[in-house]
Design a binder for this molecule. Structure first.
Ligand code: ZN
Length: 227
C-alpha cells in the first residue's frame, strides 16, 4: 500500500497471530526493502509487493534491517540468497546480534540469522541511484537501531523507536530508556518529516499528526519515568 505521495509502500503481514512487523518498500529505480519480517510470512508479502511493484531482481538493491529483532529481519538471509539483495544494518546492531542479541531468535523458536551484512549503515547520507536517504543511529529499543529519513518525500521510517501513540519497549536485551528518549528527541527535531512509518501499526501521515504524536509520545515517556 502506497503511503500518501511518498513513494514509500507499507505491507502488512497476514493476521496469523505471529508477532510481526510492517515491511516497508521504498520505490523508484533502486528499490529498497526495509524490515522484511518473518521468513515464513515472506511469500505472502512478496505476492502483495509483486502486485504493485513488479519485482525484478535488478530493481532491488538492499534489504535494510532497522534492528535485529526476528519479527523484522528474519527473512533477510532468504532475500540475500534468493534475489542477491545486500543485507544492510548498522555495525553497532551487528555487533549486538553477534554478542547475545541472537538469543531472541531462539526465544521465539527460530534459528539465528545467517547470511552476510554486505553494507554497514552509518550516520549520514546514503546515496542510491535515484535518491538520497539519511541514516540516523537511534539506540534505545535496540543498541544499533536506525531510522531512515527520505528527505525528498519528508518521510521517516523509525522501526520500533516510536509508534502511533506509543514508543518501543526497552525491556528486551540491549534496551535502554535514556538512549530511547535521546533518540526520540533527535528524530522529533528533524525539520522535514510529514510522514512517520513505524515498524508496527499504522503510519502517521500529515505534519500536524506527526507533531501531535510526538507530544503524546513525550507525555507517555514522562508518565513512565523515562523522560
Ligand atoms: Zn523490535
Amino acid at each position: 500500500m502506497l503511503i500518501g505521495q511518498t513513494g514509500v509502500y507499507v505491507y502488512y503481514p497476514p493476521p496469523t497471530g505471529d508477532v510481526c512487523s510492517n515491511c516497508v518498500v521504498i520505490g523508484g529505480r533502486e528499490k529498497i526493502i526495509i524490515d522484511p519480517g518473518l521468513w515464513h510470512l515472506w511469500p505472502f508479502l512478496e505476492k502483495n509487493i509483486q502486485k504493485e511493484l513488479p519485482f525484478e531482481t535488478r530493481d532491488f538493491a538492499y534489504v535494510v534491517h532497522t534492528h535485529c529483532h526476528p519479527d523484522h529481519m528474519d527473512a533477510g538471509a532468504y532475500l540475500e540468497e534468493r534475489y542477491g539483495l545486500v543485507q544492510a544494518m548498522s555495525r553497532e546492531e551487528k555487533e549486538f546480534l553477534d554478542n547475545g542479541g541472537e538469543a531472541i531468535f531462539r526465544w521465539m523458536g527460530l534459528d539465528p540469522p545467517t547470511g552476510t551484512v554486505g553494507k554497514y549503515l552509518e550516520e549520514g547520507s546514503w546515496e542510491l541511484a535515484d535518491k538520497v536517504l539519511n541514516v540516523y543511529l537511534t539506540p534505545g529499543h535496540s543498541p544499533g537501531g536506525v531510522c531512515i529519513h527520505y528527505p525528498e518525500k519528508k518521510t521517516l521510517i523509525v522501526g520500533d523507536l516510536i509508534f502511533a501513540r506509543g514508543f518501543g519497549r526497552v525491556d528486551l536485551a540491549g534496551g535502554d530508556p535514556s538512549e530511547l528518549v535521546r533518540s526520540v528527541r533527535r528524530m522529533a527535531a528533524l525539520p522535514d518529516v510529514d510522514t512517520i512509518i513505524p515498524g508496527h501499526g499504522p503510519s502517521i501521515v500529515g505534519r500536524e499528526r506527526v507533531e501531535k504524536n510526538y507530544e503524546i509520545v513525550f507525555k507517555l515517556l514522562e508518565e513512565n519515568g523515562f523522560a
